[in-house]
Design a protein around this ligand. Structure first.
Ligand SMILES: [Zn+2]
Ligand SMILES: [Zn+2]
Length: 336
């Protein structure tokens, strides 16, 4: 089969490798579409420490089962499915306490184990989720990133009627914004320094309150926002985002800031205004809910996926991502 293999940092080959065979507890899925994520770029550049090379990357995908291992029950050939990429050990201190995303022996499909930028992928049956009838390939490939957003909301526990400010109008920012709107927000504002991204947020996704700086939003939210979601992964933004948080509000660090960089906060302000700062890491028990809200239309999958390419054109797909053109770029299956 064809597959995108990262041989070592900065060396990516689309090449022929043996077809996977289902182990006793696995299924083989024919990949329909697999999204490129910031993490894929980190793996390619060699700055994702858990990765061992060579590796077939890709963790945002759905497809159709073509083979079922002998111990697997409840799944069948021809079924359309998605896969939660988390490969937590199930036995460590954190797994035993229901925190599989924080597993001490954490692994993930497409990041430390063979992934979805390939024609076929063998996957542990326990990671497999059936997809509802009629869910598009584009939506199937979005389940994983939306599951990360759902995880963030499980952390945030916002209330109906609250206000949101999202930093970043990229794919993750817009998915957070759409889930916020779906979740009963009274106001969702978006800040980004890229005007064309803001324009798309407004025209394609219907977010009226977009701005290049939070100061421009003072009028609509003079006391700040109940929930501020940092989705740029820029440490400076994570630092200044605190100034947009309303009293007793929350700041959710969703974006992946470079390890080791420091953000500083006025400790008195956190105390005096009862502010909560929290992180959210990947996904946890959120893949199923992500399927359900995508099926219900919470996120406009067709508008989110602006590009798709065949596997053989992975290089071009990666270029689009690196240049920040479009939103979600998917590879495989129906790609052109
Ligand atoms: Zn991802
Ligand atoms: Zn564990």
């Amino acid at each position: 089969m064809r597959a995108v293999v990262v041989e070592q940092p900065h060396v990516v080959n689309v090449t022929e490798i043996p077809d996977p065979v289902a182990g006793p507890d696995e299924v083989v899925v024919q990949v329909a579409a697999c999204g490129i994520c910031g993490t894929d770029v980190h793996v390619i550049e060699g700055d994702f420490p858990p990765t061992k090379y060579p590796l077939v990357i890709g963790h945002e995908f759905g497809g159709t089962i073509v083979e079922v291992g002998k111990n697997v029950t409840g799944l069948k050939v021809g079924q359309r499915v998605g896969s939660d990429p988390t490969l937590n050990c199930g036995a460590c201190y954190f797994c035993q306490r229901g925190m599989g995303n924080l597993c001490e022996n954490w692994n993930a499909i497409g990041v430390t184990a063979s992934g979805g930028f390939a024609e076929y992928c063998a996957l542990p049956a326990r990671t497999i989720y059936p997809l509802p009838e009629g869910m598009s390939d584009a939506a199937a490939g979005l389940v994983e990133p939306v599951a990360c957003v759902v995880r963030g909301f499980h952390r945030l526990q916002p209330l109906v009627g609250e206000t949101y400010l999202i930093y970043g109008a990229g794919p993750m920012g817009l998915q957070n914004a759409q889930v916020a709107r779906y979740n009963g927000a009274s106001l969702v504002a978006i800040v980004d320094i890229n005007e064309s991204r803001l324009q798309r947020a407004k025209e394609v996704f219907g977010f009226e309150h977009v701005a290049t700086s939070v100061e421009q939003l003072r009028e609509i939210a003079p006391r700040g926002f109940d929930n501020v979601i940092e989705a740029t992964g820029v440490t400076k933004v994570a630092e200044m985002a605190i100034n947009a948080v309303k009293r007793r509000g929350k700041l959710l660090l969703f974006g992946v800031c470079p390890p080791g960089e420091k953000a500083s906060y006025d400790a008195f302000k956190i105390y005096n205004e009862e502010i909560t700062i929290m992180g959210t890491m990947a996904l946890l028990n959120s893949y199923g809910p992500a399927i359900d809200i995508l099926a219900a239309g919470a996120v406009d999958a067709e508008a989110m996926v602006t590009h798709h390419f065949t596997l053989d054109r992975f290089d071009e797909a990666l270029e689009v991502v690196r240049k920040g053109q479009g939103l979600k770029v998917q590879v495989g299956g129906r790609g052109a």
